[in-house]
Write a protein that binds this ligand. Structure first.
Ligand SMILES: NC(=O)c1ccc[n+]([C@@H]2O[C@H](COP(=O)([O-])OP(=O)(O)OC[C@H]3O[C@@H](n4cnc5c(N)ncnc54)[C@H](OP(=O)(O)O)[C@@H]3O)[C@@H](O)[C@H]2O)c1
Length: 289
């Protein structure tokens, strides 16, 4: 990847204050991209921006602050981005959370459904015009291998009747893959590709942020961290999908270790993807008349 240049390309990376997102932004800045990071916390966002600028020796990086658990903030973010920048060549929907217990967003949605999936659905749709104008352009969704354990429970999408943290997380990740494939189908012929990926097991602070994560799990998670990928390694597939000419024109695929991989059979169910899209439009206030 060392010969690649992203000079002249603008990349928006969500959840770039830590972990895989920060490593992705850093990697893209190193190969010349203008990187705009999205963070929910101003201080952490500033620290990440300073680190990116220092490590890359580039002033060509910016940060926008938005809490992606709020649809009002997502709308403000999309508006702010579109006013500030003429193009968007790469959108990386990376921000994610894990909660053992049920958390509810300001919009009344279950938090993992809202942040891990619906925020991506809304942000991508709000930025579609600028992305299409910037074609060839790429949308990349950081999903995860656990999508394969997911079920979309339309009867209790927000886990109001019966909540389990793992089940909600798996549902949100399956939704990411279904959304990736559906958006790719809808964008055929526009020059915008949409792909998703599993980053591997990556040593980040994802689980540490969940104060209800069971103590025993925390202990084993800590023990296994040295065996996991570093955030820089975990970012490699995101950076590859954002920058490599090898994937030019490739759309509607799931990648692991920079290679096309098989996602679970349910993720290829077009009826399911269409139904999820329709429900998501309503939940995100995007219905067309
Ligand atoms: N680590 C793994 O093994 C693994 C495996 C499969 C998939 N993934 C996926 O990889 C992605 C990145 O996770 P990670 O492991 O790098 O975890 P991480 O270090 O916790 O990074 C998550 C990022 O998302 C941000 N974020 C969380 N909620 C947000 C919100 N409401 N608004 C804006 N930003 C928000 C976090 O910001 P703060 O710094 O403010 O918390 C952080 O920058 C996630 O989608 C995760 O599901 C990770």
């Amino acid at each position: 990847m060392s010969n690649l240049s992203m000079k002249g390309k603008i990349c928006l990376v969500t959840g770039a204050s830590s972990g895989i997102g920060k490593a992705t932004a850093l990697g893209l800045a190193k190969i010349g991209a203008t990187v705009v990071i999205v963070c929910r916390d101003a201080a952490r966002g500033e620290a990440a921006l300073t680190e990116i600028r220092q490590k890359c020796g580039t002033g060509d990086a910016d940060r926008l602050i938005a809490d992606l658990s709020s649809q009002a903030e997502i709308r403000r973010l999309a508006d702010q981005y579109s006013r500030k920048y003429p193009h968007l060549h790469v959108l990386i929907n990376n921000a994610g959370i894990y909660y053992t217990k049920r958390h509810v967003t300001v919009d009344g949605l279950e938090a993992m459904f809202a942040v891990n999936y619906l925020a991506r659905f809304l942000l991508s749709n709000l930025l579609l015009d600028i992305i299409k104008r910037s074609a060839p352009a790429r949308i990349i969704n950081v999903a995860g291998a656990y999508h394969a354990k997911g079920k979309i429970n339309f009867h209790d999408l927000q886990g109001e009747k019966d909540f389990d943290g793992q089940r909600a997380n798996h549902q949100s990740k399956l939704a990411d893959v279904l959304f990736t494939y559906e958006l790719a189908r809808r964008l055929k012929g526009t020059g915008v590709t949409v792909n998703c990926l599993h980053p591997g097991m990556v040593a980040t602070s994802l689980m540490d942020k969940d104060k209800d994560f069971p103590v025993l799990f925390k202990y084993f998670y800590k023990l296994s961290k040295p065996l996991m990928k570093s955030p820089a390694k975990g970012a490699e597939t995101s950076i590859f999908l954002a920058s490599s000419p090898e994937v030019e024109g490739i759309t509607g695929q799931y990648f692991v270790n920079k290679k096309v991989a098989q996602s679970c059979p349910e993720s290829h169910d077009r009826e399911l993807a269409k139904r999820l899209w329709d429900v998501s439009e309503k939940l995100a206030g995007l219905q067309r008349n």
